[in-house]
Ligand binder design. Structure first.
Ligand code: ZN
Length: 105
């Protein structure tokens, strides 16, 4: 990760505010095709093409989490923050596993 955080709380705060900034600018509706190209634009725009395989796994984990949550439709700030925290936890453990397996080679 290109940005270092002093604490989990700081990281969560940054993620939540980043999500809010993105939410503010996203179109109200999108097709799967539009969304795909938006993701492509973001991945290449941030120069993250190499990280794409890892990103797919993180997105899959977050999507699987959504399916598990009964209150996934609630969009209040508290639930959104919780959702982001859960997704970050999954991403962290996934990335830990990736880094550990790469170190092992
Ligand atoms: Zn809620």
């Amino acid at each position: 990760m290109s940005r270092e955080f002093r604490s989990e709380a700081e990281k969560t705060k940054f993620f939540v505010s980043s999500f809010a900034a993105v939410d503010k600018h996203l179109p109200k509706k999108a097709s799967a095709e539009l969304l795909s190209f938006m993701i492509w634009r973001m991945v290449t725009g941030y120069g993250m093409s190499d990280a794409w395989p890892d990103m797919i796994t993180i997105v899959n984990l977050a999507l699987a989490d959504d399916d598990d949550d009964e209150d996934v439709d609630c969009t209040c700030d508290k639930c959104k923050t919780k959702m982001i925290e859960d997704a970050m936890d999954d991403a962290d453990s996934f990335l830990d596993n990736v880094l550990n397996s790469k170190r092992g080679k």
